[in-house]
Design a protein around this ligand. Sequence first.
Ligand SMILES: Cc1cc2nc3c(=O)[nH]c(=O)nc-3n(C[C@H](O)[C@H](O)[C@H](O)COP(=O)(O)OP(=O)(O)OC[C@H]3O[C@@H](n4cnc5c(N)ncnc54)[C@H](O)[C@@H]3O)c2cc1C
Length: 321
Amino acid sequence: MRNIVVFIDQPGSALGKAGKELLTFARGLGAPVAAVAGELSEAVRAELGEYGVAQVLNSNQAELFEYSIVPKAEFLAVAAQRVDAQLVLTGNSAEHKEIAARLAVLLDAGVISDAVGVVADADAGIQVEKLVLAGSYTVSASVRSAIGIVALKANGVEPEAAGSSSAAAVETVEVPFSELALRARIASRQARPASGRPELSEARIVVAGGRGVDGDFGPVEELADLLGAAVGASRAATDAGWIDHSAQVGQTGKTVSPQLYISVGISGAIQQKAGMQTSKFIVAVNQDAESPVFEIADLGIVGDLFTVLPQAIEEIKRRRA
Ligand SMILES: Cc1cc2nc3c(=O)[nH]c(=O)nc-3n(C[C@H](O)[C@H](O)[C@H](O)COP(=O)(O)OP(=O)(O)OC[C@H]3O[C@@H](n4cnc5c(N)ncnc54)[C@H](O)[C@@H]3O)c2cc1C
């Protein structure tokens, strides 16, 4: 396969898990070229080398961050053309999916989002696996254009450094932004207070609470912190104002695909399942043995969450002591 451009968006002082996953995927397919938007520190450059990147295309132009979406798509278009890429990999967040779509228009390319796997086939080209209809179907799709754009879901692969590392060569890219790219200006940004927990859609473990917590997320948060997990919620819990809307998992919330999803006091309505059904291992705690959540649970615990969670917390602490 020809070069694979991997989009690394504002890495800051260290390469994040999402970027490492994309690079691990890319390495399995061909030669990864990192397209880094934002400042490129020496530490990140070294990490890129460790993850098998020999070439980095970097732009830190202010327009990338002062205007919405399109400048990043134009940067990736320049990067893809510069290295004659066959594939561009992006993350699967709402912003990255929009960037992927814009990029596809710019490059006259096929785009596939929500991907969980990519295979490069000499005859069939780029084959992508994705999950649809709340994860109840796996669909194989192929890109038929000369270059493909694929937005990959988080947690599809364990990040793994390449066996040997070498310093990645860095080339600065000056993007001639179009007039169209500068039409939606970002007026202000306000950072959310950091919770210290992992980002919900990227977390390896999620502990989610529903109406059953009855306003008290304490045990859910305590278990999450013990496991280094993100805290999720059903819509009933977010609508009640017990937790921020950004924690909502489901059809109208976030889609998560962690290694472990612990569902607590959630009935398992179809709209909730839509956002978590592809989790690798699902544990459900619910006092109603007939609750639909048990249909998708790998391990079901019938009981009062205010009894079950403290017992689990105590046992984990005891085993770690
Ligand atoms: C268009 C649309 C979009 C939607 N989008 C979403 C979405 O994105 N995400 C989402 O979650 N929902 C969504 N919903 C709402 C969804 O249909 C359900 O209403 C919601 O998921 C229910 O939340 P819940 O399971 O927490 O509450 P309930 O259905 O009320 O279930 C609460 C559960 O807690 C159990 N329980 C109660 N007390 C305890 C206890 N002490 N210990 C253990 N178990 C206990 C009960 O047995 C019950 O099973 C959407 C609905 C619509 C119409």
